[in-house]
Design a protein around this ligand. Structure first.
Ligand SMILES: Nc1ncnc2c1ncn2[C@@H]1O[C@H](COP(=O)(O)OP(=O)(O)OP(=O)(O)O)[C@@H](O)[C@H]1O
Ligand SMILES: [Mg+2]
Length: 314
């Protein structure tokens, strides 16, 4: 549904997107991650037809974003980083205006506006002036604008920024519900949100793709080792040595009193043996679990090299 090939874009001498390629299948929800200034918004603007690339190509539903941008815009909803809202318009007038410029037939406009108001939980503010809304409500209006023509593809640049925790959950559920029928690319800095919402993730750093996979694979593959957290009730002065001697265990460390971190190969699962050992010895098993590397750990690992260079660019 979306194909991005070798995109390059600079602002003057400042490179923003150096070489980005990825594709998104129909119905997929793709998380687009990267540190500040990585080039996410720039890439999204190019996809939405709001900014030309210097080189490379991108297609949405088979249409080229630079040469067939009208066809692309019909099929695409875009929530920009700073949604250009008109402060002197009421919410429903603003949505009606967008419905018209997106080519929705007049007789369907009222119904489409109502549906977008409901989806984004802004029915109660529909007659308010946009300039008088709180930041979170303005963000919801931006999302409603992107959804109003029920587009096949949605490009959402930080859709949950500025929202309160309840609204974040509602928006996340809304985005999840769009999957399957719609194709979504969303950028965010809230990484647990990505694991909950996105089937696949592209991480970019300094204008290049540094990782592309499912959230699960990113967090297990990159880990390389499996860490098992083990906590016992009773004092067990020999346990460190005993655990270290179990076949397959590479390393054991004590994290705090009576708590251990046991490292094995990624493809080896010794939880059963460890549990049996502790129980048979009468140490009193309190907790045993695989320590998961979080997406945040993966993100930091992939995007913190050469950070000084970034500072000199800024
Ligand atoms: N209009 C512009 N003029 C000049 N430089 C720009 C412009 N927009 C972005 N840049 C630069 O391009 C680079 C990429 O910016 P971009 O907004 O794409 O990053 P981002 O990944 O969206 O970051 P953030 O997480 O902060 O939103 C940055 O170095 C930024 O300073
Ligand atoms: Mg951005």
């Amino acid at each position: 549904m979306i194909e991005v090939k070798n995109l390059v874009r600079s602002y003057g001498l400042q490179p923003a997107v150096r070489d980005i390629s990825f594709s998104v299948q129909e119905g997929e929800i793709l998380g687009f991650l990267g540190p500040n200034a990585a080039g996410k918004s720039t890439t999204m603007k190019i996809l939405a037809g709001f900014l030309p690339a210097n080189s490379g190509s991108a297609t949405v539903a088979g249409f080229d974003v630079s040469t067939q941008s009208i066809e692309v815009r019909k099929r695409l909803g875009y929530l920009p980083e700073n949604a250009p809202l008109y402060p002197d318009m009421t919410v429903s007038d603003y949505l009606k205006f967008h419905a018209r410029i997106k080519g929705i037939p007049s007789r369907q406009i009222t119904q489409k506006v109502q549906a977008a108001l409901e989806k984004c939980f802004i029915v109660e503010v529909k007659n308010k002036l946009i300039g008088k809304l709180s930041k979170g409500y303005r963000q919801r209006v931006g999302l409603a604008q992107a959804l109003i023509h029920d587009p096949q593809v949605l490009i959402l640049d930080e859709p949950t920024v500025g929202l309160d925790p309840v609204a974040i959950k509602e928006t996340r559920d809304l985005i999840k519900s769009l999957g399957g029928k719609h194709t979504v690319i969303l950028s965010t800095h809230i990484l647990p949100e990505v694991s909950m919402t996105c089937g696949r993730v592209v991480i970019i750093h300094k204008g290049k793709v540094v990782a592309e996979d499912t959230p699960e694979n990113l967090t297990t593959k990159l880990q390389g080792v499996r860490s098992i957290y083990l906590e016992v009730k009773n004092e067990a002065p020999n346990l460190l040595a005993e655990l270290s001697a179990i076949q397959g265990v590479n390393r054991v460390s004590i994290t705090q009193a009576q708590s251990y971190l046991v490292e094995t190969r990624q493809d080896l699962d010794l939880r059963d043996e460890l549990a049996r050992w502790v129980v048979n010895k009468g140490y009193g098993l309190i907790e045993l679990r695989t320590e998961k590397v979080s997406l945040e750990d993966v993100f930091v690992q992939l995007t913190t090299q050469e950070s000084e260079e970034e500072l000199t660019h800024a």
